[in-house]
Ligand binder design. Structure first.
Ligand code: CA
Length: 372
């Protein structure tokens, strides 16, 4: 019966007549077949030097993954900072549709969107594991999408470095007084806290840090952690390497997709972009977790870097200032208020459980090392 109707519809169609619902179905299927055969060529701009270990390699791997998963239907050319647009021009380039994709960090755009910092890192905030929990299962992702929607952008989690290092200094930090007047490269909310603590915070792209420190444009810097910091050679221009990275306890990096470009893709390619971003998000953390310790050993044993822990009272004071700074963002507007409340509620809840799970376990493991 169905075959008969189809045949009639086809005949009617060939006769240039219209009005057959079955024929519409056939047309729809042809359209979607044609659409899924189409090949797309996208460009991705990034805030890192291309192929920088960790941060710069991840988007290249993502592009390769997407090309393979789509069987060559979606091909992405990756550009390092400054090749098409400057590092800090990535947001606007994707927002305006000049390119389809970007890879960077949301807190770079805090001048435009103060609440964006919540989606990268909050001083004394969530770890990598907790950020993934909040974003993917705790309501964070929907808020991030809402924040970026007016800019024609779809955000996706695109990597995490794990807990970073507090940074590189050419003098010891024994009290908060030692931060007074210090000019440091430290972006995001960490920079605002540093500023309130008496220092001068500047944000410069990763690729310019070494020269800035070498020439004395800045006195100190934070970047990422041993794996990335060794790649930049920061041990050649600073003597003391401080931990822990109170300012970035588990920063999430971002993939931003131009909304119109994303919506122009067939559903399967859209899902491939999302799944590749998820894979990239997991893989980067795994890579930093694996490589940081070996890089730290090289920095300390081969390059004789002086490893130092920030004193407890310095950390305690920075934590008090951080709470003020973070609360201050909530006053920006109604959406910032909701983002702050969601983040803060999640942080409180996850901290309680992690006291008796992650921290209790790590403490127990440290008390009974396998080597003994
Ligand atoms: Ca950093």
């Amino acid at each position: 019966m169905r075959k008969t109707i189809l045949l009639v519809c086809l005949l009617v169609s060939f006769g240039a007549l219209s009005g057959c619902a079955e024929n519409d179905t056939i047309k729809g299927s042809e359209n979607s077949t044609n659409r899924s055969d189409k090949t797309y060529h996208w460009r991705m701009v990034t805030t890192w030097p291309k192929n920088l270990p960790g941060l710069g390699v991840a988007p290249v791997r993502m592009a390769e993954m997407i090309s393979t998963m789509s069987n060559g239907r979606l091909n992405i050319t990756v550009y390092g900072a400054g090749e098409l647009v400057p590092a800090m021009g990535v947001f606007d380039a994707v927002s305006l549709g000049n390119v389809e994709l970007g890879h960077g960090a949301a807190y770079y755009w805090k001048g435009k969107l103060p609440a964006a910092s919540f989606f990268t890192a909050v001083p004394f905030g969530l770890t990598a594991q907790e950020m993934n929990g909040w974003l993917l299962h705790g309501g964070g992702m929907a808020l991030w999408e809402e924040l970026y929607a007016p800019f024609n952008l779809i955000p996706l989690a695109g990597g995490n470095t794990g807990v970073q290092m507090a940074g590189w200094f050419n003098k010891e930090i024994n009290s908060l007084e030692d931060l007074q007047g210090l000019k440091m490269r430290i972006p995001g909310l960490g920079g605002e806290v540093f500023q309130k603590a008496g220092g001068t915070a500047v944000n410069i792209p990763g690729g310019e840090i070494y020269t800035s420190l070498q020439t004395g444009t800045i006195d100190a810097t934070e970047w990422v952690g041993p794996y990335n910091d060794l790649a930049f050679g920061l041990h050649q221009v600073a003597k003391y390497y401080y931990y822990p990275g109170w300012q970035e306890p588990g920063p999430t990096l971002e993939i931003i997709v131009n909304a119109e470009a994303m919506n122009s893709l067939p559903n399967d390619l859209q899902e491939i972009v999302r799944v590749a971003s998820r894979a990239m998000n997991d893989d980067m953390l795994a890579e930093f977790t694996t490589r940081n310790n070996a890089a730290l050993e090289e920095l300390v044993n081969k390059h004789h870097v002086q490893l130092r822990r920030l004193p407890d009272d310095v950390l305690a004071k920075l934590k008090v200032i951080s709470a003020e700074v973070v609360e201050g963002i909530a006053e920006d507007d109604e959406l910032a208020q909701r983002i702050y409340q969601s983040y803060d509620r999640y942080r409180t809840q996850v901290m309680s459980y992690h006291e008796i799970s992650e921290r209790a376990y790590i403490n127990a493991r440290a008390a009974q090392p396998l080597a003994q």
